[in-house]
Ligand binder design. Sequence first.
Ligand code: BES
Ligand code: ZN
Length: 876
Amino acid sequence: MSAKQKCAERIYLKDYKPADYRIPAIELELDLDREKTRVRSRLTVDRAGDHNRPLVLHGEKLDLVSIKVNGQALDPQHYQRDDTTLTLFLGEPQTTLEIETEINPAANSELNGLYASADTLCTQCEPEGFRRITYFLDRPDNLSVYRVSLRALKAEYPVLLANGNQVEAGEDGRYHYAVWEDPHPKPSYLFAVVAGPLEFIEDHFRTASGRKVALRIYARARDIPQCDFALGALRDSMIWDEKVYGCEYDLDQYNIVAVEDFNMGAMENKGLNVFNTRYVLAQPATATDQDYRSVRDVIGHEYLHNWSGNRVTLRDWFQLSLKEGFTVFREQQFSADHDSAGVKRIEDANLVRTQQFREDAGPMAHPVRPDSFVEINNFYTLTVYIKGAEVVRMLSLLVGSEGFLKGCRHYFAQHDGEAVTTDHFLGAIETACDVDLTQFRHWYEQPGTPQLQVSGSFDPTTGQYRLRMGQDNPDASGERQPPLQIPIVVALFDIEGNPVETELQTKGPKQHEHTLVLTDAVQEFVFTGLTSRPIPSLLRGFSAPVMVQTELAGRDLAVLAGHDNDPFCRWDAGQTLARQEILRWLNDSSVDVLDANFSESFGKTLTADLPDLAFQALALTLPEENDLGEFADEIDPEGIHQARWSVMQALAGRYQDHLLERYHALQANGPYQRDVADAARRALRNTCLAYLMVLESEDVSRLALKQLITADNMTDALAALVPLANQARPVRDEALAFFEQRWGEYPLVMDKWFRAQAVSRCEDTLSRIRTLTQHAYYHQENPNKIRALIGAFAHANPLHFHAPDASGYQFVTEQLLATDPKNPQVAARLASAFNLWKRYEPGRRAQMRDALKQISDAPKLSRDVGEIVERALADT
Ligand code: BES
Ligand code: ZN
């Protein structure tokens, strides 16, 4: 154990204690300035109960100017201060505390607390940034009413925003001020202010109970033409939450500000969301269809937090999934109601099955409700977010969507204005639906992915089909955990792919689809009334976040891939066939011909006329290299890359004519349209192009270049650029130069350009990335740029990140260590690229371990990176 690990304090859920004091009200005055911002706070402090313990406030990187208790200046001997706390000895049950501090936003490179992004000052307080603005009880169970006065130079900061409603504004020479009040008690992590030279667009919304709300999106003047779509999405979210959950907005203003420098995607501060520009700005020439979807989903997500997170908030950070998992689920429902629901479900399920399962099998594995952490910022994880959302989805399936909504309404009503735990949420569902969720609770408490073994047997004499299901829940150390309650949606098909209706255990009506609920380690389900051997379609809609092992033969999978009426299962059957084929090429170097069953199945999917072209595009796409690694004993990144590439080449060669024909047939027959159907057409057409491009012919490259140059939308332009960046021939530079020249003035589009080069398979990729770190458009301090170039290389270019000479590891280590002192959160996300070191073949395993050691030995490592690398190194 290193010295660092010893001194980093670990925080445990079991140690939770309510605070000794409460701060029901706070008045804040901020004199805003880039280098010297003055913060005066006036706190109403109530002692909780009768005790004589001191008040311990959080505070970091603050210059203390003065403290007054009940109007009297406090002498230094009456308080104590260290790097992270201010301790005050207060004698009375009620005190008014005035604290004056000074901070330097311009020096805040962590982008946590009050910081500068271009000419704008803005805040990010979740989870623990407020303590970098003023001394406070910076914990989510302390709810306060805020009154905030902002004062700044008019010319530099014409816009002054804070949470709530603006109640006052005025001028004072070269200065002006604005006063904001938020009547809803909130935790400090939801505090926000923004000041800067911003413009806005506006709309109005009337809530169901008649409140008129002004909706605004603020951005820099040059970005204003790109804000309309986001404003529309905000309105759609408000309508949707009223309609589906009966949740209304509760202030007169709803402001969203887009900033270029932001660690995360967006933040749900009460009445004043702050967004990364990439989740606000969208216009056809610069945003892909995927970007539009992301903007809508993130706008929805942050809006939906107004109830799931803000009105009902968290008792402590271990409960993070109570707001994030739940809100991701609500966001997914919102999204499915505005798009191709099948495709959305496949994408979400795929993310869980690949990335979340991988997290859960590695050194960072933790329950949806973790029981300890060193740095809370490291726990905004796939497990908390998307496994958390899957757990909520299972709940909804188990109690039925009507019951679930009733339970949610009960939860919101019961706990409005409170800071609660996941148990309160489950309790509300139990009460509203009269169910017992004792066993279900384990989903929040156990790490790891349940493994399901399923086997079926058909008895032609009785017409019965028996499905035997066993569940196994090992934790990271391989230890068995108790069985979970798992809803498995199942349907049966005959061998021609026709749906079959059956009775379950000779009870109930004959139906096609059945929801089986597992509660024991092993269970058997009997379907009756069959006339021939059925093919089971299991885990329909990805009804639970589990791994399923079946004994389905390739023929059966091909039937499901061609006929299953559940989009997830249909897609999954095709993916399994593709994966088996790629692994066959990987494990046997003499293979050079496609398996006939797989090839035929692919051909049918390619030439079919499916109603949802976006589904068809997904069904034709092979599993990612990183995801294939999960199915190898020891990961050989180069071998996997070659095998996948060879299968793609073989498919493209075999179906070249069909691909080309479809590519041309799917050409737009008019100007760009941004609707679901046209986006689906683009997706399928560009999938055809991606296959054709692996043939590496001059003709196809020219075709792609033409698509890039003539595209009237970013989807088509980028779909041409990405495969062109893989071609080691002059057309690559032609394409990259054109793209840079055409969209150089748009930072978000340049992120795509950096990314395309970062994930290239060309041999010179790393040396080009090194050169790109010096590019005029690259900014080492900007999280979006780091993610686009370094993050994409580390997480999405396995071929070169895992280069056999360790050059990829060295580069990422170098970049990470350069980033860590400036922005630990962003550095920590890079560090996770080494998490699975144990899974690699011996050579890489040793090199990755060396990289982790090198990081761990660096002087002055942040707590964020420290926790990730120590856990990775301790992994046994
Ligand atoms: N509350 C988070 C933002 C956040 C995360 C702030 C971590 C501080 C630390 C917000 O609601 C969120 O979840 N944002 C996501 C996007 C969302 C659509 C999943 C993000 O920023 O990635
Ligand atoms: Zn969120």
